[in-house]
Design a protein around this ligand. Structure first.
Ligand SMILES: [Zn+2]
Length: 562
């Protein structure tokens, strides 16, 4: 007799091996059997025609605060996420002395763009140490499993007070920080995170504390992680701003890897039109560190930075001067010129002259997002290239004929990052690149929130663009992060593993349109994004989410690395 049987699904077990048809039986929160199962169960779910995969592990979140008022880490639970890792980018709420609470809040407010009034009202501060934070969280209902990192900024603030945002630490301060990291690891943290991003400041305009660390401090704190022989280091450094910053970043990389001998998640690699070859250099750097024997990993965002615009009122094409001149003309004159063959010729030429900055200048990278007229609805989703081919026109004519025919109301879409599919394919398929970087819980006013990075992966990149197999994508979203962090009983569907499962329809899985809601403490607004085609999220054997709705249970746990 089992608690739950999922019957007749196609199992993507997280290993990357070929999927197979099979039933899956769960008892006491664990997977007991996979294959043809004839035994009975308290509950049997018919999942025929659906994919059954390990729950998604969102390894880069900033849910440190949100979990206190939102134990579902919504809307992550609707996307099949079963475990979230908090404490990234050097930012945690523990350890923290009472007098430093406001300073930590100020860091989250500025770096992670969360409203101060929500943080002030929503964080219960029932802890001082990292272990006490974990214990307090354990007392709360949790929808998902939570694993934490110890954040460098919190540790530095604890040991140095406000001097942490003014200067390097002295020997005894570093010794105290070592002890704090050691205690955090002993309590069950999955590693340490640090941050040297030159654009990361606190609310009061001072750089975040970790940016003041000298190499010796980084070395000593990372050595503590190494001592435990578990967990990893996460390092955020932002864009390569100046040659000095590049040198600084590479010193930190070398130091972290040498001192910890543990996995490192560092580089954020994306294709950008502004620096279209940078990703290649970044991948080479990661691979070089791996050749030296280190477990160096990068991450990438599955979500392109999308821009939506019309030819009525947009500055999207302003980096091309011929277009900018045209777009600043009065509307009626602009329409006349857009219909003029000679102007079209000039605009078309201008597209191919000069280098892209933020705009791709490629017709196959501009899509029709929303047609204004009913008879053009069938064109939505097509690229301008596809449109031109189907109409046997030049792309510039297809583009402008459509726009003019809709009184310039057509909404087009393109992206500043991850817009080159060939580059995306190489980045995503690299074995040293993790898929994620959701920053879920942060940047709440962003209309494309981090929730759903796995959904966009499975829908957009796997189904629509076929840049990798579904098996490989599932592995990258589950088993790979679980293994790196050392969450050894999750991320795979195998006998004895914790029963964290997502059930979805590979043909229908997709993102819903983002929605603005006002559910943060004190009624502050944020954007959420829900999913389509995800039938169940199962955490520790209990059905947490069914067809987008929370079932009312809280089966999540605080995970500990010990
Ligand atoms: Zn982050």
């Amino acid at each position: 007799m089992y608690d739950l049987i999922l019957k007749g699904g196609r199992i993507y077990d997280g290993s990357g091996m070929p999927s197979f048809l099979g039933d899956l039986a769960i008892r006491d929160g664990r997977i007991e059997e996979i294959g043809r199962i004839n035994a009975s169960a308290d509950r049997v779910l018919d999942v025929s025609g659906l994919a059954v995969a390990p729950g998604i592990i969102d390894f880069h979140t900033h849910f440190d605060a949100q979990l206190w008022w939102d134990p579902l880490a919504s809307t992550s639970h609707e996307h099949g996420v079963t475990t979230v890792v908090t404490g990234n980018c050097g930012l945690t709420l523990a350890p923290c002395k009472p007098e430093s609470r406001d300073a930590l809040i100020g860091t989250f407010v500025r770096v992670e763009a969360m409203p101060r009034k929500s943080l002030q009202a929503g964080i219960p501060w029932e802890w001082t140490t990292h272990g006490e934070y974990l214990n307090a969280l354990e007392q709360k209902p949790l929808g998902l499993n939570v694993a934490t990192l110890v954040g460098h900024c919190a540790v530095r603030q604890y040991a140095m007070g406000e001097a942490c945002v003014e200067r390097e630490a002295n020997d005894s301060e570093i010794a105290e920080m070592e002890e704090l990291v050691r205690q955090g690891m002993a309590a069950g943290a999955f590693g340490f995170s640090t941050n040297s991003n030159q654009s990361h400041y606190r609310e009061d305009g001072k750089p975040v504390a970790s940016r003041f660390a000298a190499l010796d401090e980084i070395a000593r704190l990372c050595r503590v992680v190494g001592e435990s022989q578990r967990g990893l280091v996460q390092f955020t450094h932002g864009a390569f701003a100046t040659p000095e910053h590049v040198a600084h970043i590479s010193q930190w990389y070398d130091t972290i890897l040498k001192e910890t001998q543990r996995p490192l998640i560092g580089e954020s690699i994306r294709h950008r039109w502004s620096e279209p070859e940078l990703w290649r250099k970044q991948l080479n750097d990661v691979e070089e560190r791996c050749r030296q024997g280190y477990a160096a990993y990068a991450m990438t965002s599955t979500r392109p930075s999308v821009r939506r615009w019309t030819l009525k009122d947009s500055n999207r094409l302003d980096e091309i001067s011929a277009w900018k001149t045209l777009m600043t003309m009065p509307l009626e004159l602009r329409k006349i010129l857009l219909g003029d063959p000679k102007t079209r010729d000039e605009l078309d030429k201008a597209m191919t002259e000069g280098k892209p900055i933020n705009f791709s200048r490629r017709w196959n990278c501009i899509a029709i997002k929303k047609a204004a007229r009913a008879e053009n609805k069938n064109l939505e989703g097509k690229s301008i290239d596809e449109l031109a081919q189907s109409q046997s026109k030049q792309p510039i004519d297809a583009f402008l004929d459509l726009a003019l025919g809709e009184d310039l109301e057509t909404t087009f879409e393109d992206s500043t990052t991850q817009g080159d599919i060939q580059a995306v394919k190489e980045i995503f398929n690299n074995p040293h690149v993790l898929l994620g970087q959701s920053d879920a819980g942060a940047h709440v006013a962003n209309a494309t929130p981090g929730f759903g990075y796995s959904t966009i992966m499975l829908a957009h990149w796997v189904r629509e663009h076929q840049i990798m197999s579904l098996e490989d994508a599932v592995k990258k979203l589950t088993f790979l992060p679980a293994s790196l962090f050392g969450i050894h009983d999750r991320g795979l569907l195998r006998r004895g593993m914790a029963a964290d499962v997502v059930v979805f329809d590979p043909e229908k899985i997709d993102l819903a349109e983002p929605e603005k809601v006002a559910d943060l403490p004190e009624g502050a607004p944020r954007y959420i994004q829900r999913a389509k085609g995800i039938h169940y999220t199962i955490v520790n054997g209990s059905v947490l989410m069914k067809n987008g709705a929370h079932t009312g249970v809280y089966p999540g746990r605080v995970l500990r690395s010990v």
